[in-house]
Design a protein around this ligand. Structure first.
Ligand code: AR6
Length: 169
């Protein structure tokens, strides 16, 4: 299993699955969620609506899988990160759950290559340094890691990219 670091736009990544930092409604939003829905097209929103009809909203830390529509990836796994308020490090396990539940769903769907954005570190304001530690540790602690070929961390901004660069090497 390889861990790769890329600086760029996750919607351009040709992986088995890319991960979306969604919200509980699953109906889209700004940030990476907006980019994925915009470029992936309506098929993603329709699939999200079907999931909502079946199970209701997606709770923080949980994950659901849909088509990737027009994107180069095959699937999108949507997960809902915690929103940071003042000093809410108690939310760390919820952020770890995003990574763990996404990886679990990936294995269940025979996904070998998966790309993650830096969940919760944009509009949800989770501190980037702590979020990177949580993400890397969750991936390392995932019990079925050998079932995947590659995990790609896709960083959009320089700050996240430099943090991951330091922590991964
Ligand atoms: N590719 C990769 N990473 C990106 C891209 C992109 N195209 N665009 C932004 N990022 P955010 P959150 C990075 O705000 O903090 C939405 O409205 C960005 O630099 O997308 O989990 C949802 O609907 C940051 O590092 O997600 C929710 O309501 C990271 O992606 C809410 O935002 C996450 O930033 C979720 O907030």
């Amino acid at each position: 299993m390889i861990i790769e670091l890329i600086k760029g736009d996750i919607t351009e990544i040709q992986a088995d699955a890319i991960v979306n930092a969604a919200n509980s409604s699953l109906l889209g939003g700004g940030g990476v969620d907006g980019a994925i829905h915009r470029k992936g097209g309506n098929a993603i929103l329709e699939a999200c609506k079907e999931i909502r009809n079946r199970q209701g909203s997606c709770k923080i830390g949980e994950a659901v899988i849909t088509t990737a529509g027009n994107l180069p990836a095959k699937f999108v796994i949507h997960t809902v990160g915690p929103r940071w308020y003042n000093n809410s490090m108690e939310k760390a396990p919820l952020l770890a759950n995003c990574y763990l539940n996404t990886l679990k769903l990936a294995v269940e769907n025979n996904i070998k290559i998966i790309a993650f954005p830096n969940i919760s570190t944009g509009i949800y304001h989770f501190p980037k340094d702590e979020a990177a530690d949580i993400a890397i540790e969750a991936v390392r602690n995932f019990g079925e890691i050998e079932k995947l070929d590659k995990i790609i961390f896709v960083c959009f901004d320089d700050e996240n990219y430099n943090l991951y660069l330091q922590k991964i090497k």
